[in-house]
Structure formats: C-alpha cells, structure tokens
Design a protein around this ligand. Structure first.
Ligand code: SAM
Length: 221
C-alpha cells in the first residue's frame, strides 16, 4: 500500500535510475501523465506493469479510485511526462489524498529540469526560488516587480514561443545588466547554456529561431 513518486528522464534516457526501473517493474499499477511516453519508457527498460492515465485534467474521482486501490493493498507508482511528478506536473492532489489516509508516499528521486539547470548555471545555488510556469496574463508585472530585490536565484520554466517576450518584460523591470542563464534542452544532444545579461539574452533570442525546452535562471541582486 505505497505510493511511489518516480522521477523519470527529462530527455536523456540514460538518466533513468536503477531504483526507478526496479520500482516501476514491481508495483501493481503505474499512473502515468502521458501513456505514450510511458510506453516508450517501459519498452526501453523492460517494464511490463499495467498502467493508467493520470493527467492535469484527472478529477477527484480518479484520485479516489487510485487511493481506494492502494487502501486494498495495491502499490502504485506515479510518473509524469518527464522529470519529477508534481513539479509543474500533475501529482499534488494524489500525494495529498494518499497522505490524508496514511498511505506511505515514497519519493524515488531523479531528474528535475530546475535543479539540472541550476547545477550547470554558475549562479548562486545555496538559496533559490522556484516559480514553475509564470502566470500567462494577470499578475505578471507584479510578479516581475517582486523579483527586483530578491537576493536568491530565481528559476522558472518557459516555452520557446514565449521566452523572448518574457525575457524582454523581465529586462524592462530588472534592467539590462541583471545576469540570466537560459538552460536549453538539458541532458539532450543540443544541450546549451546561454549565460549573460538580460540585454544580451534578448539579442541572443532575437538572433535565431528559438527551439527546444527552456529553464530560465535569473541571478539575485
Ligand atoms: N516535472 C518536470 C521537472 O521535474 O522538471 C517539469 C515539467 S514542466 C511540464 C516542463 C517544463 O520544464 C518545460 O516547458 C521546460 O520549461 C522545463 N524543461 C523540461 N525538460 C527540460 C529540458 N530538457 N531542458 C530545459 N528545460 C526543460
């Protein structure tokens, strides 16, 4: 009757941990955000466990169903499309529901883009704030202003088609000279770290067609 929170790779399948494979092979059921991604992972690592879909739109009924299964003694592993479940991915509601009825929640740690980006960024690592995805409309300006005096590294996720706009807006609030790191395609063939000022980042993003997945890290004051 355990709920395992299993981190999976964020690009490079070589980052799958031995323990993650072992747990996914032995649980009764895997709750997967994206069943296609799960199938590829299962094929690669010889996992034959039954799976069910558990995504952002899964409702309370689905959460209750999974909790009831665990209460009858079944073990479930939760995986997201990539990285650590619950980190800008579904998982929180299921973890909370499991804890409420005293089902042991067991983390199986591994990849997380925010932490991978931070570890290669060269920015302060002892203290940081993680913002996940930024609000799309309301509250953006206020949020950017609230970052002005923070002395820790700020980390957030951004999509390639919004990154130029977002970095330009942040530059307007924090100024041209604040340093930023754009960690792109972490763990993949085209992994790249752009390190520079916000003004240089805008030029960099303007200079080419922006592709891939980005984790953004802004230096504190
Ligand atoms: N649960 C994941 C984790 O633990 O990192 C994050 C999932 S969130 C839906 C996806 C976002 O994470 C992407 O839009 C991107 O901003 C960031 N991301 C995921 N993989 C990445 C990678 N390989 N390189 C850089 N950023 C990545």
């Amino acid at each position: 009757m355990n709920l395992f929170i299993v981190a999976t790779p964020i690009g490079n399948l070589g980052d799958m941990t031995f323990r993650a494979v072992e747990i996914l092979q032995k649980v009764d059921l895997v709750a997967a955000e994206n069943t296609n991604t799960a199938m590829k992972l299962f094929a690669k690592f010889d996992i034959h466990t039954p799976f069910t879909s558990f995504h952002a739109h899964s409702n309370e009924k689905k959460v209750s169903e999974l909790v009831e299964k665990m209460q009858t003694g079944k073990t479930i592993a939760l995986i997201s499309e990539a990285g650590t479940p619950g980190i800008s991915d579904p998982g929180f509601a299921l973890i909370q529901a499991a804890i409420q009825v005293k089902i042991p929640v067991v983390p199986i740690p591994g990849c997380c883009a925010a932490i991978a980006g931070l570890s290669g960024s060269g920015l302060r690592m002892d203290k940081f704030t993680f913002l996940g995805f930024l609000p799309l409309k309301k509250g953006r300006q206020k949020l950017f202003e609230s970052l002005r005096d923070k002395n820790e590294t700020i980390i957030f996720y951004e999509s390639p088609h919004r990154i130029l706009k977002t970095i330009s807006q942040i530059k307007a609030v924090l100024g041209d000279e604040r340093r930023v790191v754009l960690a792109r395609e972490l763990t993949k063939i085209h992994e790249e770290f752009f390190r520079g000022t916000l003004a240089e980042a805008v030029d960099f993003l303007n200079s080419k067609k922006v592709r891939g997945e980005f984790t953004v890290l802004i230096e504190g004051t």
